[in-house]
Design a protein around this ligand. Structure first.
Ligand SMILES: Cc1ncc(COP(=O)(O)O)c(C=O)c1O
Length: 398
């Protein structure tokens, strides 16, 4: 397998031409120039309402549909009608919970974790108001892993849904989603997966994993600020609508997209697929394998360096493995996490501290009084030279 030509592909991201190093990619990645070009071109040439008979409207509609098809390809959905687009993952999961919750009865159970981003916990927890019972599946505080037998213990014939992260945006571990989907299905439950922290690093394949719902945010995958929610067609068909009364139940995905999607951003997302296809020489699996290989080198360097620091505790897998992405969190004994990023700021390196909206995890691990964790998150366009500079910059302080 050929390695990525990182210097060459960095040129595709205009923001990387400046003097900042971006190591806060789990917060948001840099945007492909081709994505921005499409937004501009859409607004300047096809910015009309869809669905009319005149030519510009037809072309606008074709562009939006092309964007939807690209997203379906990105997650390997069987059909673009299974792709619901919204302003963010948080908004989409809130909408999903409100719709799905209407199909639940008092006494039904939902399993949530304590290591998800709040976007895939709070909307489900709030259904308690309607009599739904919440069961919390917590990480083992010693290994920081969500253990499969914990799920097995919580699943029952009352379970309607398992809401779980594919990869925590703090811990960075890749969870065995296909196995957990099977366990949920064996009990007649659905699974709703937050793939936001996974999707920038690995190939998403909703069909291979047989998940019911899967969410990700394109602004962390080199694209525009949009959320994408995959839902299996049969579930979207039976879901109560989130749109006007005259929108039919089989108008997918429109019944879940009131006011329709953001046209220019939807069209722009096709440029992400083009880019990934290109760096994988026509194959998305290859693209992600190349990205993973590169990111793992950077992640390995950071983790090894952190291990040489006696006051540092990595919050997540301490070593780089195939089941870990390059989103790396740590705390430093005796130093508040908020004190560390400003040293990097001064060197024009963007990293950050906090709970990253995984508030329950940070509270349960007792890390809140120390201002949470410091997080450094690399993607495929980061370089060894950038990593060297980060380590040199932080070295005197931790
Ligand atoms: C793991 C994870 N899930 C969900 C979200 C929420 O995504 P959005 O900002 O699109 O609502 C984030 C955002 O940081 C995240 O990291």
């Amino acid at each position: 397998m050929n390695a990525l030509d990182v210097d060459l592909l960095r040129k595709r991201f205009p923001a990387l031409g400046g003097d900042w190093t971006f190591f806060d990619n789990a917060g948001g990645s840099q945007t492909l120039g081709a994505v921005a070009d499409r937004v501009r071109d859409y607004l300047l040439t096809t910015d009309v309402q869809l669905g009319a008979t005149y030519d510009v409207s037809r072309r606008a509609g074709e562009r939006v549909r092309a964007g939807q098809r690209a997203m379906a390809t990105l997650v390997n959905a069987a059909d673009p009608s299974e792709i619901v687009i919204g302003s963010s993952t948080s908004a989409l999961l809130r909408m999903l919970a409100l719709c799905l919750g209407r199909t639940f009865s008092s006494g039904d159970e939902i399993i949530v974790t304590n290591c998800d981003h709040e976007a895939n916990i709070g909307p489900w927890v709030d259904l308690q108001e309607h009599g739904v019972r919440i069961r919390s599946w917590n990480v083992n505080p010693d290994t920081l892993a969500l253990e499969t037998n914990g799920l097995e213990r919580l699943l029952s014939e009352r379970t309607r849904l398992v809401a779980v992260t594919h990869t925590s945006n703090v811990l960075g571990h890749v969870n065995p989603i296909a196995e957990w989907a099977q366990l949920a299905h064996d009990q007649g439950a659905l699974i709703c997966v937050d793939g936001v922290a996974y999707a920038p690093h690995r190939r998403v394949d909703v069909r291979a994993w047989n998940v019911d719902f899967y969410a990700l945010s394109l602004y962390k995958v080199y694209g525009p600020h949009l959320g994408v929610l995959f839902g299996k067609r049969e579930h979207l068909l039976s879901l109560p609508r989130w749109n006007h009364f005259f929108i039919e139940d089989d108008e997918l995905p429109y019944k879940l997209q009131p006011g329709n999607v953001n046209y220019e951003l939807t069209w722009s997302a096709g440029a992400i697929l083009d880019y990934l296809t290109e760096i994988g020489d026509g194959d998305l699996e290859t693209a992600y394998a190349r990205m993973t290989a590169h990111e793992s080198v950077l992640g390995d360097r950071l983790l090894r360096w952190l291990q040489t620091k006696s006051r540092v505790r990595v919050i997540g897998d301490p070593e780089m493995t195939d089941d870990r992405v390059s989103t790396i969190s740590f705390v430093v004994d005796g130093v508040k996490s908020s004190e560390i990023p400003p040293y990097a700021d001064a060197a024009r390196i963007g990293i950050r501290w906090g709970d990253f909206y995984a508030r329950r995890l940070i509270d349960d691990l007792g890390l809140s009084p120390g201002d949470g964790v410091v997080r450094v998150s690399m993607v495929h366009y980061n370089t060894e030279a950038e990593m060297t500079r980060l380590l040199e910059t932080l070295d005197p302080w931790i």
